[in-house]
Design a protein around this ligand. Structure first.
Ligand code: ATP
Ligand code: HSE
Length: 311
């Protein structure tokens, strides 16, 4: 055991759902990313500190990074402890996978310190304990792309069945209105039943989107970015949503929608010029309604959590 060894990890933001794939599809982004510094200790326990100003809990059972590590530690026989310092650039409650970045980053960093004894699938399983703390439900559509990179499909959670999808190059424009929507709240307002005609349309879109990624067919991706089940309910929580979406599509976006449970909105483009034009539209919309915002123009992250250095 390498007690005293320290690693740093960068943990990408993620867009869950990808419009039509509620709880099953997600992609990782190159910007923003959190940072985690972790040291392996011979003093049992998990000690968490934050260098950011979000006042997140340091109790391991309440912090998603700690909850994920507690699950991992159940499968480690040797006495170990972890000292963790988290610097968040992904604001909690943003819809950009803030909680997933911490739970995924923590288990990837710990696995590195423990000699990479666990598989990526094991790490997703541990990190889901963090999502349970954040949203009350074990969902893997943020943590899986965060750990593995790229675009991922969760065919099943119990038992865990993950499919990594290839995808063509994509530009992603994101606007994060500075209001907080908690995933737990955004889940509670959803209807529990779905009309068959809506289900048929939705699974056509999911199949089309997956095929579009695999065949690198941008038009098919664009046509399939439609959500007739979740978006009509959740978009009411996001001022400016309809205008951002319609104007972005007029400007050439393939399509887009709510990122995760919101309030962030994301749009996919084939060309960087289109992605930049969409950022201008997003800024105009949120300036005109007087809500503070942050924007990102970025690309698909293909590596997932990266353990950057050790010393
Ligand atoms: N290390 C952590 N990082 C982020 N959130 C944390 C952390 N530890 C605990 N939390 C809690 O998790 C909640 C934020 O998670 P939530 O899922 O609501 O937001 P999100 O991850 O930005 O959104 P989404 O999952 O839709 O992308 C907050 O209640 C926050 O206090
Ligand atoms: N699939 C989840 C993602 C939340 O991050 C939801 O939309 O509630």
């Amino acid at each position: 055991m390498d007690y005293g060894k320290k690693v740093t990890a960068s943990c990408p933001a993620t867009v869950a759902n990808l419009v039509c794939g509620f709880d099953i599809l997600g992609m990782a982004l190159n910007d923003p990313q959190d940072e985690i510094e972790m040291t392996l200790s011979d003093v049992p326990g998990i000690r968490i500190s934050h260098t950011d100003g979000y006042a997140l809990p340091s109790d391991p059972a309440q912090n998603v990074a700690g909850a994920a590590l507690l699950d991992l530690m159940k499968e480690v026989q040797e006495p170990v402890g972890f000292d963790i310092s988290i610097t968040k650039h992904i604001k909690p409650g943003s819809g950009l996978g803030s909680s997933a970045a911490s739970s995924a980053g923590a288990v990837v960093a710990a696995n590195h310190l423990l000699g990479n004894r666990f598989s990526s699938k094991d790490l997703v399983r541990f990190a889901m304990a963090g999502e349970k703390v954040a949203s009350g439900v074990k969902h893997a559509d943020n943590i899986t792309p965060c750990i593995m990179g790229g675009v991922t499909l969760i065919r099943s959670i119990f038992p865990l069945d993950i499919v990594q999808l290839s995808a063509p190059p994509l530009f992603v424009t994101v606007v994060h209105p500075q209001i907080e929507v908690r995933t737990s709240d955004a889940r509670q307002i959803l209807r529990k039943e779905v009309l068959l005609k809506d289900a048929i349309r939705q699974w056509g879109n999911i199949a089309g989107l997956v095929s579009g990624f695999l065949q690198k067919d941008y038009d098919l991706i664009g046509r399939s970015l439609e959500d007739v089940i979740i978006e009509p309910v959740r978009s009411m929580l996001i001022p400016g949503f309809d205008e951002v979406k319609s104007r972005s599509k007029e400007a050439g976006a393939l399509g887009g929608g709510i990122s995760g449970s919101g309030p962030s909105i994301f749009m996919l483009s084939r060309e960087s010029e289109t992605a930049i034009a969409i950022e201008v539209i997003m800024k105009e919309v949120f300036q005109s309604i007087g809500i503070d915002y942050k924007t990102y123009v970025t690309t698909l992250n293909t590596t997932g959590v990266k353990v950057k250095s050790e010393y």
